[in-house]
Design a protein around this ligand. Structure first.
Ligand code: IFM
Length: 440
């Protein structure tokens, strides 16, 4: 039997085990009166997404959520990390809400609770309403107030039942991946758009926290993603390049949230491109938080080049890789849990809010690589806990195989296999292994 190397009783009382998904990746955006999003537009443009796939039907979680939550309950999960779609709630991004959308999230949350799952919500996991993209999206400073209005509307409806809420999933992806590398919607490759969006994602975060505090909500946090940056060789140039990668990937958002400034090495490139008055926004950005979530998957090898800032490339590394081509490096999770605690959050509870791997799974595979991956990363989490860092939970990405953005439906991250023709769900061996671990 393929088994997992830990059990629930290895962890402190109250430690939460969760699984995560996001709205556009599973719900089926074509259902329930949701408005168009920039992901629909990006996917409709040739060359952006494998086979031009989109989230129109996805896993049809919109109609099948009861069955999906039953699977979570049967596995023994404590919590469910999900997201709310801005365009489902406000099809135009602003103005009149879609009653069907609000009713859907109301039913969804009640069903989570009925299945014994604590609702861990993320307000925004990347599907920006197209009418707001038309106005410049994350480049427009007004987005902080548009986002605050969305927050008010959705949380007035479901905020009374939330276990925890974070405004934005993975600000680095919203900013750098989508506006500098152009891999995600809106697919820009523009340094000025990047600097603006990376700042505005934090002002929007701050406004959303203000709104939720105003509604009397608690247990509010932020979720950032992290990648360990190895210098590609022993040279000082490679070390500098890796520090810069670390700066704009791992430190920029934490520094804004917890230190009221941005890292110097990032500002060497960004300063001329920042939005007017950015230095005055740190009181808004630095709203007090109750926890921080870390999404962690892999490491990178960074080598200097002679091109324009940031003047570096990513090289292929030697470690075993997942279906994404990502190296398996659990030491990175150990590093980041310590780093975040000692340099930024200093005692706030930390959650691993995403961790997992893609594998080209067929139904009924032994699923050994995923079981090994989870084992190694849960072991790193346990070690950090034993070393005194207050880690409060661990979340697997993802409950279901789903829409992996520009990579379409090909990359399978689920504990549960989804047949995208029939939409049949089949728990994988990793699901069964986790179920055993959580029952002991
Ligand atoms: O699928 C994504 C998710 O939307 C955000 N974090 C990383 C996952 C795997 O790439």
């Amino acid at each position: 039997m393929n088994d997992i190397g830990f059990k629930r009783s290895d962890f402190p009382e109250g430690f939460l085990f969760a699984a995560a998904t996001s709205s556009y990746q599973i719900e089926g955006h074509g259902f329930g009166g949701a408005g168009r999003t920039h992901w629909d537009d990006f996917a409709a443009t040739p060359g952006n997404v494998i086979r031009a796939e989109n989230g129109h039907r996805a896993c049809d979680h919109y109609h099948r959520y009861e069955d999906d939550f039953a699977l979570m309950q049967q596995a023994g999960f404590d919590a469910y990390r999900f997201s709310t779609s801005w365009a489902r709630v406000l099809p135009e991004g602003r103005g009149s809400p879609n009653a069907e959308g609000l009713d859907f999230y109301d039913r969804l949350v009640d069903s989570m609770l009925d299945h014994g799952l604590k609702p861990m919500a993320t307000l925004y996991h990347w599907e920006l309403p197209s009418p707001l993209a038309d106005l410049g999206g994350w480049r427009n400073p007004d987005i902080a107030n548009w986002f605050a209005d969305f927050t008010q509307i959705i949380m007035e409806r479901i905020g009374d039942r939330m276990f925890s809420v974070a405004p934005v999933n993975e600000p680095w992806c919203v900013g750098w991946l989508s506006h500098f590398l152009g891999h995600h919607a809106p697919g820009l490759r523009d340094i000025r758009a990047t600097a603006h969006s990376m700042h505005h994602v934090l002002t929007a975060h701050g406004r959303a926290i203000q709104v939720m505090r105003g509604l009397g909500m608690s247990n509010l946090g932020a979720v950032c993603n992290f990648e360990y940056a190895h210098p590609a060789d022993d040279s000082e140039e490679a070390a500098r390049a890796a520090r810069l990668y670390d700066g704009y990937y791992n430190q920029f958002f934490l520094s804004g949230l917890f230190k009221g400034k941005y890292p110097d090495n990032v500002m060497e490139g960004f300063e001329p491109h920042m939005p007017a008055g950015w230095q005055n926004d740190f009181d808004l950005i630095g709203q007090s938080l109750d926890w921080l979530g870390l999404n962690y998957y892999t490491c990178k090898r960074i080598a200097p080049n002679s091109g324009p800032w940031p003047s570096h490339d990513e090289l292929e590394g030697p470690l075993p890789k997942t279906q994404m081509g990502w190296e398996v490096f659990p030491e990175g999770l150990h590093h980041f849990l310590h780093m975040v605690h000692s340099e930024y959050t200093k005692g706030l509870p930390l959650f691993v809010t995403e961790n997992g791997m893609a594998n080209p799974d067929q139904v009924d595979v032994p699923d050994t690589p995923r079981i090994d991956y989870l084992n190694q990363h849960v072991a790193a989490t346990r070690q950090v806990l034993a070393e005194g860092v207050p880690v409060a939970g661990y979340t697997v990405w993802s409950l279901l195989d789903n829409y992996e953005w520009a990579l379409g439906y090909e990359k399978r991250f689920g504990l549960v296999h989804v047949d995208f023709d029939t939409l049949e769900r089949t728990p994988k061996a990793s699901y069964h292994a986790l179920k055993r671990a959580l029952s002991q």
